[in-house]
Design a protein around this ligand. Structure first.
Ligand code: ADP
Length: 499
């Protein structure tokens, strides 16, 4: 099938301008009702790249009304037809990988080669996966009474509000909207104020495929735009990724309305390195796990590395050498491995944690890589990655989520101590263990308190694997068939008396 979508715009500055001042409501790119906008800056230079439309309550009302209208016909469409259109969304997005990668690099500061293009290139997989699951929206027949045909049926919830963060905005949006749409819901997305343009462009591309009103997107600030979306009486489900603090606010409002929520919140994920681990492999796992090339801006970041005393120093030396070799620079430069921190607020937060770490008795801060030399980047929000050693598991840096390129490497003496430290946290998103001993590995998989546990590897989120945390890391799962069925449908029970 030939694409009828917009022509790719490879200059991200031109595209940011093009996306400025627009919301997507009812299939149309429209300004905010107030006509107001807010500046979006390139974190690598501090220069304003565009002005996003400032969505507020009136825009939420309009988007929800469009979604209600769009959902009526969408839910009546055959599930496989919806699935086919969702797969087609993925195919269209795939034609725009380069422009979406560049745009998300420009607005978030994530390096194009190591992060942003990768994010853009995996979207199609998510849409293809969920589109293909449409026939799985099945019910059951229940052996209740031979004279009463009893069955269950999966039905959509209605209008879903999807609130997304800025760190992997397109990917996290895809994981929410693809299953929600296939299940027959309409969606109103609220983008993060730091990264509104790439997700808007992605929705514009998808709106060429989807019926009007089925997918809407708003940009704006949390309390003024996200708040009214959660509170809107016609929004029947909220799926949220962000901080624990905001997650609690969202949950409270949803509780008043008695609607279901999925919350993907923070993490302080442990990575246990036993003394029999393949250290080179563990170091590679630490590189991926800590997302150094994403400036550590991941809720899954392996930000507590618990390393056996016997291999601690060797691990630290190897990891430092690897991180040192990463090049910090302009996110759009193909030679760059590490870009800039997304916003001034996050930058200040990360620096303040580094100060706290430095001031902690016994701590040693190993700064890695080097600052970019390009004078155009002098105003950029660059932070050198820091490996902290000598901190206890009870230190603030080991307990609080930093969301930056800062990790704690903590010594332990035996396995029991490592498990106790790993679980001694309010979070429970992900955990890994690195060992050659099968018994230790299996024991750890049973005892680690986390939603996603891996042995000798650190794979990132996959569309077909349930993903979500325990403890304060969240509620409910994303990705997988399970998330589509449990979080975007309800099961109706029907009994037909045949006598
Ligand atoms: P972060 O610290 O990563 O920015 P937040 O939880 O503040 O995390 O933001 C994640 C998303 O939640 C963003 O889209 C943000 O605008 C939105 N948000 C922030 N505050 C609220 C709120 N009170 N109600 C609804 N959404 C909000």
């Amino acid at each position: 099938m030939q694409s009828q979508g917009p022509t790719p715009v490879l200059d991200p500055h031109a595209l940011a301008e093009q996306m400025s001042g627009r919301l997507l409501i009812g299939g149309e790119l429209v300004p905010a009702r107030s006509g107001r906008t807010f500046d979006v800056a390139n974190p690598a230079t501090g220069v304003v790249i565009g002005r996003a439309a400032l969505g507020e309550a009136a825009d939420v009302d309009a988007a929800v009304a469009a979604a209600v209208a769009g959902q009526a016909a969408w839910r009546e469409m055959g599930a496989r037809e919806r699935g086919r259109l969702v797969v087609e969304c993925g195919r269209r997005l795939n034609e725009h990988v380069e422009e979406l990668g560049r745009l998300v690099a420009l607005e978030t500061g994530k390096a194009l080669r190591t992060e942003s293009r990768v994010e853009a290139s995996i979207l199609a997989d998510v849409f293809t996966f969920f589109g293909g699951l449409a026939p799985e929206l099945k019910g059951e027949t229940v052996p209740f009474n031979p004279k009463m045909l009893t069955l269950t049926q999966r039905e959509p919830l209605g209008v879903v509000g999807a609130i997304i963060p800025w760190n992997v905005p397109m990917m996290l949006m895809a994981l929410k909207i693809a299953p929600a749409l296939v299940a027959g819901n309409a969606v109103v997305v609220k983008s993060a104020e730091e990264a509104p343009f790439a997700v808007l462009r992605a929705c514009e591309i998808m709106s060429q495929v989807l019926p009007k009103g089925v997918l809407n997107i708003l940009s704006g600030f949390g309390p003024e735009c996200g708040g009214p979306l959660v509170a809107h009486p016609r929004v029947k489900k909220i799926t949220f990724t962000g901080s624990v603090e905001t997650g609690r606010i969202v949950y409270r409002t949803a509780a008043e309305k008695l609607i279901p929520v999925t919350l993907e919140l923070g993490g302080k994920s442990p990575m246990i390195v036993m003394d029999d681990a393949d250290l080179d492999r563990a170091v590679e796992g630490a590189m991926v796990g800590m997302r150094f090339t994403r400036q550590g801006q991941s809720c899954t970041a392996a930000s507590r590395m618990l390393v056996h005393d016997r291999v601690h120093d060797a691990f630290v030396a190897k990891l430092k050498a690897r991180v040192d070799a990463l090049r910090m620079g302009d996110p759009l430069d193909e030679a760059t491995d590490i870009g800039a921190i997304v916003s001034r607020q996050q930058y200040d937060k990360v620096l303040s944690y580094i100060e706290v770490g430095r001031g902690t008795p016994g701590a040693q801060a190993l700064e890695c890589s080097s600052m970019p030399e390009d004078p155009r980047l002098a105003g950029g929000l660059f932070v050198r990655p820091v490996l902290f050693t000598g901190l206890g598991n009870d230190s603030r840096l080991a307990r609080e989520e930093i969301f930056g390129p800062v990790t704690c490497i903590i010594r332990f003496r035996d396995y029991e101590e490592a498990i106790a430290m790993a679980n001694d946290t309010e979070y429970g998103l992900a955990a890994t263990i690195w060992t050659r001993d099968l018994r230790t590995a299996m024991d750890a998989t049973q005892r680690l308190e986390a939603g996603f546990v891996q042995v000798n590897q650190n794979l990132v989120v996959q569309p077909n694997l349930s993903y979500g945390g325990v403890k304060t890391s969240g509620l409910g799962k994303e990705a997988s068939l399970e998330s589509m069925l449990e979080h975007f449908t309800h099961k109706k029970t029907i009994i037909v008396n045949m006598t």
